[in-house]
Write a protein that binds this ligand. Structure first.
Ligand code: ATM
Length: 253
């Protein structure tokens, strides 16, 4: 049994887990993805869609199946990026321009890709990332109205061309997700935006899913948590055959 991941995407560490070289070689051999032997899966969606909890569940299932998993979040997961996150989400930073916001997200992305994601993929690990460049297209493009062509160019610069093998957009109606996200904590700078902003972001995610159906899969999260997990497992089975035993145990195949 591999070592249980004790930290996670929220911790400011790199979310590392799993065993050493032997497991790395096995993981690389079993990967179906195109990312240097590793597998890169991103979770996307509007506020309160449950990304973090579903990512934590998937991490546990994969680790139990012997995979080495790196779970990270954007912006965050590294000291530099957690500092950028504080600036971006501070509700007091009302004067931040949309372009500054965009560049800060891209700056954090460049650091995470170089310092964490690429090395993990090269080692044959499964990388799970809570948000990636599709969030920039949805929030700064559709939400803020910045030019999506410019955003695509900046995404390319920040990632060096790295693309997720699969992206799961967890879909939740705004009237359910937004109150869920702001129930316990003071709304952050983006959550404070009006309903029209969040509607445009939602539209953005739907457009992204429609434009790249092979990479991007829409997951309906309006049902029970278990039903959402079933959908996630189904959308990843081709890349992660390890999920078959979970799916069989949960009677979804
Ligand atoms: P989470 O709350 O999912 O950790 O994401 C942080 C915020 O950053 C989220 N909005 N709120 N609140 C979405 C936003 N975001 C962007 O606007 N653009 C980006 O490129 C990324 C990665 C996140």
């Amino acid at each position: 049994m591999p070592e249980r991941r004790s930290d996670n995407a929220r911790s400011g560490g790199d979310g590392s887990s799993g065993s050493g070289g032997g497991s790395t070689a096995r993981s690389a051999a079993r990967s179906n993805g195109s990312n240097a032997g590793g597998l890169f899966i991103t979770f996307e969606g509007g506020e309160g869609c449950g990304k973090s909890s579903h990512m934590a569940w998937l991490t546990d299932v994969l680790e139990d199946a012997g995979r080495s998993v790196l779970a990270v979040r954007e912006p965050g997961s590294l000291p530099i990026n957690e500092a950028i996150r504080v600036i971006l989400l501070n509700p007091k930073n009302t004067e931040m321009s949309p372009l500054t916001e965009l560049l800060l997200y891209e700056a954090a992305r460049a650091q995470l890709v170089t310092e964490s994601i690429r090395p993990a993929l090269a080692a044959g690990r499964v990388v799970l990332c809570d948000r990636f460049y599709d969030s920039t297209t949805a929030y700064q493009g559709y939400g803020r109205g910045l030019d999506t062509g410019h955003i695509a160019s900046l995404n390319l610069v920040a990632t060096g061309g790295l693309k997720p093998d699969r992206t799961l957009v967890l879909d939740v109606p705004i009237e359910i997700g937004l109150p869920r996200a702001t129930k316990e904590l003071e709304p952050d700078r983006l959550e404070q935006e009006d309903r029209a902003f969040h509607e445009r972001v939602h539209e953005g995610f739907l457009a992204i899913a429609a434009a790249e159906p092979e990479r991007v899969r829409l997951i309906d999260t309006s049902g029970e948590k278990l039903a959402t997990r079933h959908s996630i497992a189904r959308q990843l089975l081709d890349l992660l055959p390890e999920l078959k035993s979970w799916a069989e145990a949960a009677d979804v195949c």
